[in-house]
Write a protein that binds this ligand. Structure first.
Ligand SMILES: *[C@@H]1O[C@H](CO)[C@@H](O)[C@H](O)[C@H]1NC(C)=O
Ligand SMILES: *[C@@H]1O[C@H](CO)[C@@H](O)[C@H](O)[C@H]1NC(C)=O
Ligand SMILES: *[C@@H]1O[C@H](CO)[C@@H](O)[C@H](O)[C@H]1NC(C)=O
Ligand SMILES: *[C@@H]1O[C@H](CO)[C@@H](O)[C@H](O)[C@H]1NC(C)=O
Ligand SMILES: *[C@@H]1O[C@H](CO)[C@@H](O)[C@H](O)[C@H]1NC(C)=O
Ligand SMILES: *[C@@H]1O[C@H](CO)[C@@H](O)[C@H](O)[C@H]1NC(C)=O
Ligand SMILES: *[C@@H]1O[C@H](CO)[C@@H](O)[C@H](O)[C@H]1NC(C)=O
Length: 468
């Protein structure tokens, strides 16, 4: 073959030499060498390409049809041999096979490098979107003819098993056109799905196994008290909507004996814990308990469990029967609170806060006990405020409203005519739990006509001064 080619180029050179010499009668043998005997070698392109006809060499102008395995498409479907191409170098004539391909408009163009098998479908990178209830992707079809009847489906990757029931999705969509967005129908969170795009009957163009995102867990269904141990127990939540990483348990307890004693416990328990001892459980105490499952997505809906000492009525929130006090001075805006240390043992110096709220509303009082009250602020009334902090080690009479300042707190004078609740509060915080204990005192500063009439008089006289 190589020898033949050498011979051919020799002849070509000879022909031009003869012509230059003006010879009238060229050698009839040379004249008879036809251009069309030029051939192309079987092209060494993508190994997956199938050629028809499939030969070792092709004659000049011979057309070849190309195809690829299913799901792929050749960059040119029709090519033809153009014979030898341009010399690569003028000094050393190097001839290469030249192939032309028919482009999408049916025009023959020179094939730049090679023909490849290309994926018919492309899922646009970076457009895969996963949430707890949906999967979405953008696709493009590069050879619209090859994408007819393309079908996308979402399926459960594996059959659901108790306790997590996942319904099979009936999501099947024929994809039309050259590009689009495919969205799975509403899905369950934290569940494995396979997303497939296929060409009937059985060619899979794209398949993807994906788990939907986590969401907050369901409410706990079962919560009960073991009356013998005073332990609150619950049925653990299954990790259906997300991995259960723990429980948020909030307990508000009111003690029957020792009136006006309110205890708020907020605990973060690990997922393996399924019971908790109620604080100082006794049949006389009342409890309001909320429990929430936790996943990486957050806390789920709270289940409520209530136990009331008096089961004949179940008020919510707990009615707090606060201690009453007698030593009240409306004229001075003060009240004397007989405080006792909450900390045990009481000798341990612990900072107790004294919180004041101008209300008897038990929701508001409970909020003041479990909340985060700030120092007194005149423009923020009637919000709860911290009047003082004290290290209580022994029973002490404390004068509320005496106008003293200390440690950044202002023990502001109380306003006549208002209902008040005072809370002595002890907070114990740790990483896993907040335990807040409050003792409440409630009282009212009766309306003082004397004070009011003096105020009216002074405002009248100041008004008279202004008029002058
Ligand atoms: C996906 O396609 C939709 C419309 O088909 C378009 O609005 C959206 O921007 C695309 N997303 C990306 C990331 O290209
Ligand atoms: C329980 O307490 C935590 C911590 O303060 C709080 O984030 C959560 O909202 C509370 N749960 C309920 C049901 O009140
Ligand atoms: C329980 O309720 C009844 C009627 O509502 C009431 O008379 C009684 O004093 C209550 N007992 C306690 C301990 O609160
Ligand atoms: C709880 O308080 C409300 C309003 O303050 C009152 O009507 C109700 O009788 C109280 N319930 C109990 C059991 O004390
Ligand atoms: C008690 O306070 C809560 C909020 O602080 C409020 O929603 C409720 O209406 C109040 N109840 C009464 C009887 O004022
Ligand atoms: C009181 O509250 C107002 C409004 O919230 C705030 O602008 C002001 O700084 C507060 N004063 C003090 C002393 O915290
Ligand atoms: C309470 O005692 C602690 C430790 O002795 C001390 O650091 C703190 O300042 C005291 N607080 C008050 C309000 O006296």
């Amino acid at each position: 073959m190589a020898l033949q080619l050498l011979g051919l180029s020799f002849l070509l050179v000879l022909v031009s030499l003869l012509a230059a010499q003006g010879q009238e009668e060229p050698d009839p043998k040379v004249q008879g060498v036809p251009w069309e005997t030029e051939t192309c070698q079987r092209p060494r392109w993508d190994s997956r390409l199938r050629l028809a006809p499939d030969q070792e060499s092709y004659k000049k102008n011979e057309e070849v049809t190309l195809s690829c395995p299913e799901g792929f498409h050749p960059s040119f479907t029709h090519v033809k041999c153009e014979g030898k191409g341009q010399p690569m170098s003028h000094r050393q004539p190097v001839y290469t096979d030249t192939w032309w391909g028919k482009d999408s408009r049916g025009v023959w163009t020179r094939i730049p490098s090679s023909v490849e098998c290309i994926d018919v479908l492309q899922v646009v990178p970076g457009t895969l979107e996963i949430s707890s209830t949906s999967i979405k992707l953008n696709w493009t079809c590069r050879f619209p003819d090859a994408c007819q009847r393309m079908q996308a489906t979402c399926r459960l990757a594996e059959p659901s098993s108790p306790p997590c029931e996942a319904e099979e999705v009936k999501g099947e969509e024929i994809l039309h056109g050259q590009e689009g967005t495919f969205t799975c129908p509403p899905l369950q969170p934290f569940t494995d799905y396979s997303v497939t795009i296929s060409l009937p009957p059985s060619t899979i163009l794209f398949t993807w196994l994906v788990r939907t995102e986590e969401t907050v867990p369901d409410k706990l269904e079962k919560l009960w008290l073991d009356p013998n141990t005073g332990s609150l127990q619950w049925k653990p939540l299954p990790s259906c909507k997300g991995e259960i990483i723990g429980y948020q348990l909030n307990i508000t307890a009111r003690r029957a004996r020792d009136g006006g004693f309110l205890e708020v416990e907020r605990l973060r328990l690990s997922s393996s814990v399924t019971e908790h001892l109620l604080p100082e459980h006794s049949p006389g105490n009342s409890y309001v308990v909320t429990i929430q499952g936790l996943t990486a997505a957050g806390a789920g809906a709270a289940s409520l469990w209530e136990f009331h000492a008096n089961s004949s009525d179940t008020p919510h929130p707990l009615n707090i029967s606060c201690r009453s006090i007698r030593d009240i001075s409306p004229s001075q805006g003060t009240a004397v609170l007989p405080l006792r240390p909450i900390a045990r043992p009481p000798e341990l110096a612990r900072e107790h806060q004294l919180i004041v709220a101008a209300t008897h509303n038990s929701t508001a009082v409970e909020g003041a006990c479990s909340g985060d009250p700030q120092p007194f602020n005149a423009s923020w009334q009637p919000g709860a405020y911290v009047a003082a902090v004290l290290n209580l080690t022994a029973p002490t009479d404390f004068v509320l409203g005496d106008g003293t300042h200390g440690q950044g707190y202002y023990n502001a004078a109380l306003r006549p005519g208002s209902d008040y609740t005072a809370l002595l509060r002890l907070v114990r915080r740790s990483q896993q739990a907040d335990k807040i204990s409050c003792v409440c005192y409630s009282f009212s500063l009766g309306i003082l006509w004397f004070v009011l009439s003096r105020k009216r008089k002074s405002s009248l006289s100041s008004k008279a001064k202004e008029d002058n």
